[in-house]
Design a protein around this ligand. Structure first.
Ligand SMILES: *[C@@H]1O[C@H](CO)[C@@H](O)[C@H](O)[C@H]1NC(C)=O
Ligand SMILES: *[C@@H]1O[C@H](CO)[C@@H](O)[C@H](O)[C@H]1NC(C)=O
Ligand SMILES: *[C@@H]1O[C@H](CO)[C@@H](O)[C@H](O)[C@H]1NC(C)=O
Ligand SMILES: *[C@@H]1O[C@H](CO)[C@@H](O)[C@H](O)[C@H]1NC(C)=O
Length: 379
């Protein structure tokens, strides 16, 4: 079963990472490379951060910066403080798009239209470049680098009441990683709360609370694993505060534990799904247990992640998503995952880029608020 393979990959990943991220030792944080450009309005903070005024001379924790997409500053973190300033920039458009883009504003909209973080130089190792990763997207339009055709070899887009997620297999040289890099996790925290990458912003037009399918909304709670030929990225809805599904405590465990999903190479599906367990929380013999990641992982873990049920899955071909698209491309709806049972009549036409299934709905409050508070202290 695929799960065992990923577990092996996750363990390999674990041993390749320094324990710095888990133990929070500031002395071993990867230093950000020097910034490539001087922010044009470095002296004018109020002007640079147009949407909200942050009158400081040093960076705030990354998750405290909120901007409407059209108002993102040139750089969220232009400060030469700690690991700063950030490597790239946040204002990304047609003039920045292409193989040298250092755009650090990442978009996840759908199975056909999403980005992950990758290395700005070929043969990068995430452990070395985590502070300075740049956005690589599946299609043009976001001012970023574009993954070469064939990079994504299998993917699943999952829309739930609390988060959206893209998981799958890829040729990681398409995002600048060495073929043998076992990778690691990117998230908006890091031991110094400046994020990996520093200044990285994440947006989507299809968050669960989206009012339409075009306005990009900011998700300041997200995480992304890349390495060992597998990727996963999750954006948590800012309006959902009862459980933290984007917790980045268990960064040594990889995709299988942090974003349990089908991970079927060669298959491309866009689905709606039930909610995951908060990472580290699992049920055994009817009892809810919690597991905290130690500095070094044991050979076997006391739990296996539960893959939530999915429904209304639409299967696409790689060409439909990332290659030339024809207006009459055929689609088939399937259901996968435990407990999935619903089917729908397929739409007669589909266009790449409009593939996200709409799983919006009300989230029932779940009383995990106290647990969430504890996690904040842990970060
Ligand atoms: C395009 O992006 C560049 C780099 O961030 C920025 O300097 C420029 O002002 C942007 N152009 C527009 C029209 O926003
Ligand atoms: C990944 O892409 C690189 C660059 O195009 C290529 O050399 C390599 O063979 C590919 N790896 C696999 C497993 O397809
Ligand atoms: C990965 O590949 C590079 C270049 O081929 C090699 O130098 C390095 O030792 C390899 N690393 C591992 C962990 O296999
Ligand atoms: C957004 O897209 C989904 C999937 O295509 C669709 O079901 C939904 O009606 C759209 N929502 C709006 C507000 O257009």
């Amino acid at each position: 079963m695929a799960g065992r393979v990923f577990f092996a990959a996750a363990l390999a990943m674990a041993y390749s990472l320094t324990p710095a991220i888990a133990s929070g030792e500031p002395a071993t944080i990867t230093t950000a490379p020097k910034t490539k450009r001087t922010p044009p309005a470095y002296h004018n903070l109020a002007g640079r951060q147009a949407a909200t005024t942050y009158e400081t001379n040093s960076p705030l924790p990354l998750t405290q910066y909120q901007y409407p997409y059209p108002a993102v500053p040139e750089q969220v973190n232009p400060f030469a403080v700690g690991r700063g300033p950030q490597f790239g920039y946040n204002r990304c458009n047609s003039s920045t798009e292409g193989p040298t883009s250092n755009c650090q504003t990442l978009i996840v909209n759908s199975l056909a239209d999403f980005c992950v973080w990758g290395s700005s130089t070929p043969n990068g190792l995430i452990g070395d470049v985590e502070a300075a990763v740049v956005a690589y997207c599946s299609k043009p339009g976001h001012g970023t680098r574009i993954m070469p055709a064939g990079t994504i070899t299998g993917a699943q887009f999952m829309r739930t009441k609390a988060y959206i997620q893209v998981t799958g297999h890829f040729n990681q040289s398409g995002i600048g990683l060495a073929q043998n890099d076992t990778g690691g996790e990117l998230d908006p925290h890091g031991a110094d709360n400046m994020g990996n990458p520093l200044g990285g912003l994440v947006y989507s037009s299809s968050l669960p609370s989206a009012k339409d399918n075009t306005t990009l909304l900011q998700a300041n709670n997200w995480n992304n694993f890349v390495g060992s030929g597998v990727f996963c990225i999750k954006l948590c809805d800012p309006t959902v505060t009862t459980s933290n599904f984007c917790e980045n405590r268990d960064d040594l465990l990889g995709c299988e534990y942090n974003m349990p999903a089908s991970y079927t190479d060669g298959q491309f599906t866009s689905c709606e799904g039930e909610l995951q367990d908060v990472v580290g929380i699992y049920t055994t013999n009817g009892q809810t247990m919690s597991w905290a990641q130690p500095a070094a992982l044991p050979a076997t873990l006391p739990w296996q992640p539960r893959i939530p049920a999915s429904s209304n899955c639409i299967t696409y071909s790689s060409e439909q998503l990332f290659g030339a698209t024809t207006a009459s491309a055929s689609v088939t709806r399937t259901t996968i995952g435990a407990g999935a049972s619903t089917t729908k009549t397929p739409p007669s036409t589909v266009t790449a880029g409009s593939s996200s299934a709409n799983g919006a709905g009300q989230l029932s409050s779940s009383g995990l608020l106290a647990f969430f508070s504890v996690l904040i202290v842990l970060i």
